[in-house]
Design a protein around this ligand. Structure first.
Ligand SMILES: C[S@@+](CC[C@H](N)C(=O)[O-])C[C@H]1O[C@@H](n2cnc3c(N)ncnc32)[C@H](O)[C@@H]1O
Length: 210
């Protein structure tokens, strides 16, 4: 069925015609969410910042521009080999300099030390995680005490995709993700509406209390 195939490609794009079309769709339509996630997580020039499910790399590029101090580091994880390769090409100069590190891995098992990340952001990603609690616990593990996690989404669009069964199950619901965040030790878990360029989107915030 077309919706299942589309969902599979959105959740983990592969090097294929549909995967290529999905990468073009992400690049064209998700810039606003990626840029706002970067802006709203309050990155300082010396921070260590992590993007989950970076896809083609728009958010990575926006975050890298803010990490102007030598200590500033950017990490990205994505378990799609195709997206990992695409973002690696886009970020190749910063990868070579050691400013940026990209891991081809699952959000639920990241090769990062405990308590090392100041800011985490992600867009259009958690809906595809089979175990929200496991992923949220792993994000919490790698974050520094008091670190901020931000995700941006367009709820109307996601609800439409879910109604067409593009998203698997019910994990796309913000309430499900926010409950998993609270269960994993995050505090000040909250969601609000924002507008940019005439488009309304939602932002979920969570603080890694330890
Ligand atoms: C719909 S795309 C969004 C990409 C980008 N953030 C954007 O908004 O354009 C979802 C991305 O998250 C990645 N992803 C989904 N689940 C993941 C997981 N459990 N671990 C790592 N990456 C994951 C997919 O491979 C894909 O690149």
């Amino acid at each position: 069925m077309w919706s299942t195939r589309l969902g599979q490609q959105l959740g983990r794009p592969t090097r294929s015609v549909l995967g290529w079309l999905v990468s073009k769709f992400l690049t064209r339509h998700n810039q606003l969410l990626e840029e706002n996630a970067v802006k709203l997580c309050g990155i300082l020039p010396g921070h260590t910042v992590l993007e989950l499910g970076h896809g083609p790399g728009l958010g990575l590029q926006a975050a890298a521009r803010l990490l102007t101090e030598p200590a500033g580091r950017l990490i990205g994880v994505d378990y799609s080999k195709y997206m990992h390769q695409m973002a690696s090409e886009v970020m190749k100069d910063l990868l070579a300099s050691g400013k940026v590190t990209l891991y081809h891995c699952d959000v639920a098992a990241m090769p990062l030390a405990d308590g090392t990340v100041d800011r985490v952001f992600h867009c259009n990603c958690y809906y595809f995680w089979p175990d929200l609690r496991k992923a949220a616990s792993e994000i919490h593990r790698v974050m520094k005490p008091g670190g901020l996690m931000v995700t941006t989404l367009r709820l109307d669009r996601i609800a439409y995709f879910a109604s067409k069964r593009v998203m698997p199950g019910e994990n796309w619901r913000p309430e499900a993700y926010m409950a998993a965040l609270k269960d994993s030790g995050f505090t000040d878990v909250d969601m609000d509406d924002k507008q940019d360029r005439g488009i309304t989107f939602q932002t979920i915030y969570a603080t890694a209390s330890k």
